[in-house]
Design a protein around this ligand. Structure first.
Ligand code: GLP
Length: 263
């Protein structure tokens, strides 16, 4: 796992947007897994800037979102589908027929989840998966205790997740209790993973998932089992890591590392 400590939120957003842009330039028909939440907002703004300023081309990529609330219509203003349209899709030249967000108002979630997994397979699997992290260590809506082998399915949300996400709704009672979420197994199948986190509220959980033991009670710790994960944190989110000198050294001496591995 490579850990990059950015000076602040803006730098975290720029580094992560550049990371994605480099992958899109390298493979024009990239399959990209996408996340919602406050954390990626700056990264999406940077990607829109790269499209407008430098013509970063989204027309051939396919996207799969991690999750969606059960019961919300895709046009509901609190749906993740709406979030994605507002914050990135409608500002870039993406092909809407290659955009997939779980359908929260499906009549048959079980069949839908199976269909979603098949769609990911049909697209050749996810090349790069973007993740945020919840305060309880969840990735997507894989709440504590989720199986590391899990696939896309319906998950009940933890109390703290409902509290955290209530800021987007009129009241806590309006927050859906269930979500469709890619599983940990689905996420670990991605070829590359980029997790971003910022703010002091995420410091404790970042130290736990990066430096602590692998446990289903912090589902992000499953990323320790993946061979190609990059984590970009701002200084606050990194403040409880114990090996920061090491991470800083790697960041400042990348040329030495590259020379050593001959790349
Ligand atoms: C939700 C999403 C996660 C996201 C998390 C953190 O629970 N399902 O994918 O990572 O929120 O959100 P934020 O970035 O707003 O802290």
């Amino acid at each position: 796992m490579e850990v990059i400590i950015a000076d602040n939120y803006d730098e975290m957003s720029k580094i992560s947007a550049e990371f994605i842009a480099a992958e899109i330039r390298r493979k024009h028909d990239l399959t990209l897994g996408l996340a919602t939440g406050d954390t990626p907002l700056g990264m999406y703004r940077e990607l829109v800037n790269l499209h407008k300023r430098e013509g970063l081309d989204f027309s051939k990529i396919t996207t799969f979102n991690l999750d969606e609330y059960v019961g919300l219509d895709p046009l509901h203003k609190n749906s993740y589908n709406y979030f994605m349209n507002e914050n990135i899709f409608k500002h870039v030249n993406i092909n809407q027929s290659k955009v997939f967000v779980p359908q929260g108002n499906t009549n048959d979630p079980e069949i839908f989840c199976e269909w979603y997994e098949n769609k990911i397979n049909d697209a050749g699997g996810i090349d790069l998966q973007i993740l945020g992290i919840g305060r309880n260590g969840h990735i997507a809506f894989n709440e504590p205790g989720s199986s590391f082998a899990s696939r896309t399915r319906v998950k009940a949300l933890y109390k703290e997740t409902i509290e955290d996400n209530s800021r987007f709704f009129n009241s806590q009672d309006d927050v859906p209790r269930f979500a469709i979420s890619m599983g940990i197994g689905t996420i670990l199948d991605a070829k590359k993973i980029l997790l971003i986190a910022n703010g002091i509220k995420k410091a404790d959980v970042c130290a736990k998932f990066i430096e602590g033991p692998v446990t289903s009670m912090i589902t992000a710790s499953a990323l320790q089992l993946h061979s190609n994960v990059t984590v970009v944190l701002d200084k606050d989110a990194a403040s409880q890591l114990t090996r920061t000198e090491y991470y800083d050294w790697i960041r400042n001496n990348k040329h030495l590392v590259q020379k050593m591995i001959g790349s």
